[in-house]
Design a protein around this ligand. Sequence first.
Ligand SMILES: Nc1ncnc2c1ncn2[C@@H]1O[C@H](COP(=O)(O)OP(=O)(O)OP(=O)(O)O)[C@@H](O)[C@H]1O
Ligand SMILES: O=C(O)C1=C[C@@H](O)[C@@H](O)[C@H](O)C1
Ligand SMILES: [Mg+2]
Length: 170
Amino acid sequence: MRDKANIILIGFMGSGKSSVGSRLAKNLEFDFMDMDKEIERITQMDIPSIFKKYGEYHFRSVETALLKSLGAKEKTVISTGGGTAMCAENWKILSELGLLVHLYVTLDTAILRTGGKDRPMLQQDRGQLESMWQKRLLVYQLAEHTVDTEGRSIEEVTQYIVDFIKILKE
Ligand SMILES: Nc1ncnc2c1ncn2[C@@H]1O[C@H](COP(=O)(O)OP(=O)(O)OP(=O)(O)O)[C@@H](O)[C@H]1O
Ligand SMILES: O=C(O)C1=C[C@@H](O)[C@@H](O)[C@H](O)C1
Ligand SMILES: [Mg+2]
């Protein structure tokens, strides 16, 4: 495996980036950073409130600023937000920061898992959600590894990543 300093989880909302990320970090004895949580800590606002008060464009600029500050990170599992990977500038930073792992989830499962709640980007009609999911998948799939989370528990997804990282290191 290329000696990449960090592991970056990308994927659609509800794919399990936050839940898997914290377990993965524990298992690998890495630090853990959830970008959404970090943005909430820095801004002292929850994400729905940031979207409501300042809009998506502002949220994206905060997200990119946070990414730009992470250059010194090492041995850290970084769980991105669902839209973080979706622009060229962010993609470049992410791929330099670490090994990109895509957690795959279908739209139906994503909606079931999140209950459609607390995610401003899920507040769209079905057709819009489907086209957003399709468009995002094209980008997420460019990650070095994709893990299908369908039918796998959070623990199983975590163990799957631990196992393939171990093999790649051999
Ligand atoms: N493999 C899984 N099996 C069952 N439930 C899961 C799985 N992965 C995540 N979940 C559940 O789905 C919900 C969303 O998970 P999580 O917040 O980790 O997703 P996320 O990818 O971080 O989403 P977001 O992009 O919105 O931050 C949580 O309730 C979590 O427990
Ligand atoms: O998919 C998205 O665009 C988002 C997902 C969440 O993780 C948050 O980053 C925010 O709600 C936007
Ligand atoms: Mg998350």
